[in-house]
Design a protein around this ligand. Sequence first.
Ligand code: ZN
Ligand code: ZN
Length: 141
Amino acid sequence: MTTNTLLEETERELRALATELTEPADGECLLCYLDRMLDQFGCTTELRWATRYRDLRAPRATALVRRLGQVGGCDCEVFINGYQLAREHWIPPRRYVEDGITYETDPQRPDPMPSCRGVRRGSTRGCSLWVRGTGSSWDVW
Ligand SMILES: [Zn+2]
Ligand SMILES: [Zn+2]
């Protein structure tokens, strides 16, 4: 299958998706959008949601998908390899004692997620909720 056919097919599928559910909100940044789509629809093992954001919000950002492709091959890898919710938004680990043994919970992502801090139209940056970093940077809390 050529790249072109693949692209055409992806585009057909995208059109078939319910548009209002998969549209970036006004001012919503790329990363909040990706996070929301992954939460609702899961990863398609492609940079499909990133591509959709680009097409709808930043059509001139032609290098975006290639740039993200260097971070990860699909939407969820953008987070696994590249960006994390900034530490101050996490629910910090909690210590508790049960039967005389001290346990510590893992830091938790807030649910619901804080709402997007917003970016200007056409920007492909994440808002201030996100920082560059990988999961391992959270090992030391
Ligand atoms: Zn993925
Ligand atoms: Zn955001």
